[in-house]
Design a protein around this ligand. Structure first.
Ligand code: ATP
Ligand code: MG
Length: 472
């Protein structure tokens, strides 16, 4: 089904609501006007009955019946509709009957049958008349006074008003709908402009930003949100470009080295077997390094794509730590460093991927060993408190300058490129450790002082049911 534009739908909804409102309003106004007309007429009828009562109160004892009739006749010609009235006594005898009512033999109720005043509209000789009948008592005698007024003018006025409304409502509705459509189009114009401007921004000019209208409304928020999105996109594209450049550089160097070593070995044919062996050794070492870098790169790429899934389960952080400490000890021995480990005897249960966590710990221990000069010290600690297992690796190594600290978890970042490379580092270890820790809903932090040493700490939440030992 074809979707209409938002401007059209807004205008359509507005018209529907407006039409409903207008219909209710018109009906209310028409009924209100009709009620007001009836009210005015009924008030006037009541006043006339009141006039008759006052007249009879004053005159009935002084005048004879024929004189009263004459008086009524005289008065009846005064005032609008005044000639439409009749009065009867308790026996139903006419005290007075005006000519139009008499000639049409309009009935009247006796005072005894009239409990309360009545108001009715009926047709008399083809003309609509409104009758008001009330029982009055004069000189102790009950009478029924009935007055009437012609309604055709009132009906004509009510009808004319109705026609005006019926004609005006569609005109108003059309005008309001057209206005509504125009306003909604105008209100949405800036959105079109924003989308056109957004379309102009592509990967080539991601640094461009949309103009932010200072309206303080949704449009301003929309453009600000889009601009923030572009900033995030720009940053991640920049990171991607940097990553690709670094990765290719990192791979080109060892491959070039392997190639040169092989070329030199092949070209100088007069070499001894030992020299070939040495060349092959170099090639092997570089290939191992390269495949490590490729492994790390692949892992990070899979992690970025969300394809590297950790297989987490209930594991004892102590046994992972012991395995890592064992390898740490070997590393430390090779580098002539003192190594110590403090791991609790009781199990520390965490929900983790044991292999990944061991890899993260080894990255930290490897760094500590790598960046600590001979006869230095490396310490590994595991503790559990506040719902977290805390692994920390402390060294007395070269430390990290405060300006470098914010970068150490960046990919390919190394404080001293030449030095860490000579030790086989590509600058990916900490990025991997950070990803592994965060995938365990944990965090990794560092405290370091240049020349004195560093403490890397990883916090991973304890398994919820196992906050107290032993885990049940
Ligand atoms: N314990 C430490 N003491 C001093 N500097 C450190 C320590 N750990 C890391 N660094 C600094 O942080 C940088 C990044 O470390 P990271 O482990 O990511 O890379 P790398 O060790 O250089 O290479 P890789 O781990 O990929 O083999 C290192 O090059 C080093 O400059
Ligand atoms: Mg490292």
């Amino acid at each position: 089904m074809r979707r209409h534009s938002i401007g059209f739908r807004l205008a359509a909804w507005y018209s529907i609501v407006f039409a409903g409102g207008l219909a209710i309003f018109s009906l209310a106004v028409w009924f209100g006007m009709r009620a007001a007309v009836y009210h005015a007429i009924d008030d006037e009828l009541r006043d006339r009955v009141q006039g008759v009562r006052t007249f009879m109160d004053r005159q009935i004892s002084a005048l004879s019946i024929p004189e009263i009739r004459d008086e009524f006749r005289e008065h009846s010609v005064l005032g609008p509709g005044g000639d439409l009235f009749q009065v009867c006594d308790a026996q139903g005898q006419w005290l007075y009957r005006s000519v139009p009512l008499e000639s049409n033999n309009v009935p009247i109720e006796k005072p005894s049958d009239l409990d309360r005043p009545t108001l009715v509209t009926t047709q008399v000789a083809g003309r609509p008349l409104r009758f008001y009948s009330e029982r009055i008592v004069v000189n102790g005698q009950p009478y029924t006074v009935q007055v009437a007024t012609p309604m055709h003018e009132a009906f004509e006025a009510i009808e004319a008003f109705g026609i005006i409304l019926v004609l005006a409502v569609p005109v108003l509705l059309i005008a309001a709908s057209a206005g509504g459509y125009w306003i909604s189009r105008r209100a949405l114009d800036p959105v079109d402009e924003i989308s056109r401007a957004a379309q102009r921004i592509s990967i080539e000019n991601l640094a461009d930003r949309l103009h932010v209208p200072k309206t303080g409304d949704q449009l301003q928020r929309l453009t600000e949100t889009l601009n923030q999105m572009f900033s995030r996109l720009e940053a991640s594209v920049r990171r991607m470009k940097q990553f690709t450049a670094d990765a290719s550089h990192e791979l080109r160097a060892p491959i070039a080295l392997i190639r040169t070593t092989a070329e030199v070995a092949v070209q100088r044919r007069s070499r001894q077997a030992a020299e070939y062996l040495e060349a092959l050794d170099d090639i092997l070492e570089e290939s191992e390094r390269t495949s490590q870098v490729v492994d790390s790169l692949m892992l990070l790429a899979r992690a970025d794509a969300g394809k590297e899934v950790l297989e987490r389960g209930l594991v004892d952080a102590c046994s992972i730590s012991r395995a890592a400490a064992e390898q740490g000890e070997k590393l430390a021995r090779i580098r002539e460093l003192a190594f110590s480990a403090s791991i609790p005897d009781e199990p520390v249960w965490i929900h983790a991927d044991a292999e990944a966590l061991r890899r993260a710990l080894l990255i930290l221990i490897d760094n500590a060993a790598k960046y600590t000069p001979e006869r230095g010290m490396v310490r590994f600690d595991l503790s559990a408190n506040d719902g977290f297992a805390r692994f920390s690796v402390t060294d007395t190594g070269i430390g990290i300058a405060p300006t470098d600290l914010p970068h150490i978890f960046d990919r390919f970042w190394r404080a001293d490129k030449a030095r860490s490379r000579s030790q086989g580092g590509a600058g990916l270890g900490l990025s991997i450790a950070k990803w592994i820790t965060e995938s365990h809903a944990g965090s990794i932090t560092v405290e370091s002082e240049a020349g004195k040493g560093s403490i890397f700490s990883m916090r991973v939440p304890l398994e919820k049911q196992c906050w107290s030992w032993p885990c049940t």
